[in-house]
Design a protein around this ligand. Structure first.
Ligand code: F6P
Length: 342
């Protein structure tokens, strides 16, 4: 390996820069040139590619976002796209690639590998929904932020005897909701994996208030819960350039319905991108460094077509083919914990 490309793809996630830094520093130490691919796959096709210097990756371990910038791309949606990417990489004399990203990105990485290009993926998404890694870069920071929000909202909930709803990210899975719900002691945790009705929610809240004499409640809801797309009327809902419904709004609907049905004052706070743009927690910087370091090792040994993920406390490579297209959902056992101790 002479020239290793590094690309970040999908939503930004705290800790991504720490991973870029780890990969690039291993390159410098091994006499390999780290090549930054900017603006994700579209940038690759447009030639937004240049060699990275030591200065590029200095002082970035604590920085949010990605110095390589990121995007959600249409590339790899069509057969033949992997070959187009392969040729673009060849034009820049890149002979191996490290793909730092979540589900969509690792699907793309798997296609590129199938097309004969040496690739290793690194697990990165705040949603933590990537199969093949128990934790993904950015998730723990997002959970910290959501937990801090729940802690703060409790003061207003208690002072005003209100139901406070916190809407967090999680398009297909409820990992952020469940973990922050446990850490922040939320009274109700609502996630896409375990459907619920408004009647059930109101009954649960009423029981809590009537039987336990509580005067306020804290609810955390993942943006994709309650079949968000349907609730928001998918025909009219705004969509992104990939045709995916832009989520957000389920918490507002929930607070309104709870107030109407129970007659209790309810408010919603949507955390949105504040979960993604913060400085990475130490745990994410450490995870990102471990995963980046191991990704480089794999690439250097020619062990490609793999994802550097976490299993227990160890970095564990898994075939990209086993990861691509799979979603790691909240398990019933885990959800039970949130129900019991939230
Ligand atoms: O990174 C994943 C995610 O955080 C999802 O939970 C959310 O639906 C999505 O990103 C929104 O990102 P964007 O608006 O940048 O496409």
């Amino acid at each position: 390996m002479r020239r290793l490309g590094i690309i970040t793809s999908g939503g930004d996630a705290p800790g991504t820069n720490a991973c870029i830094r780890a990969v690039a520093r291993r390159c410098f130490a091994a006499g390999v040139t780290p090549v930054g691919v900017f603006d994700s796959w579209d940038g690759l096709l447009k030639g937004a590619v240049r060699d990275l210097t030591r200065a590029d990756v200095a002082g970035i371990v604590q920085r949010a976002g990605t110095i390589l910038r990121s995007a959600r791309s249409r590339l790899f949606l069509q057969p033949g796209d992997a070959e187009v990417a392969r040729q673009a990489l060849a034009r820049h004399d890149i002979d191996a690639l490290c793909v730092i990203g979540g589900n969509g990105s690792q699907q793309a990485a798997a296609r590129l590998h199938e097309a004969g290009f040496p690739v290793v993926g690194v697990a990165k998404t705040i949603d933590n929904d990537l199969a093949g890694s128990e934790l993904t870069i950015g998730f723990l920071t997002a959970v910290e932020i959501a937990t801090a929000a729940l802690d703060n909202l409790r003061a207003t909930a208690e002072s005003h005897s209100r139901v406070m709803v916190l809407e967090v990210m999680g398009r297909d899975v409820g990992w952020i909701a469940v973990e922050s719900g446990i850490a922040g002691g939320a009274d109700l945790v609502l996630v896409p994996e375990f459907p619920f009705t408004l009647d059930e929610i109101c009954t649960r809240l009423k029981t809590r208030h009537d039987a336990h004499g509580r005067t306020y409640s804290i609810v955390v809801v993942a943006e994709g819960a309650m079949d968000n797309a349907r609730v928001l009327d998918s025909a009219n809902a705004p969509k992104d350039h990939l045709g995916r419904v832009r989520l957000g709004g389920v918490g507002t609907i929930l607070a309104r319905e709870i107030e109407m049905r129970l007659g209790w004052e309810s408010r919603c706070t949507t955390l949105g991108y504040l979960q993604r743009c913060a400085a990475p927690a130490a745990a994410d910087r450490i995870l990102a460094t471990h995963l980046g370091d191991r990704a480089f090792d794999l690439l250097q040994r020619g062990q490609t077509g793999l994802l550097a993920g976490l299993k227990g406390t160890e970095v564990h490579p898994v075939p990209l083919a086993d990861v691509a297209g799979k979603t790691k959902r909240v398990t019933p056992e885990y959800y039970r914990l949130a129900e019991l101790f939230g």
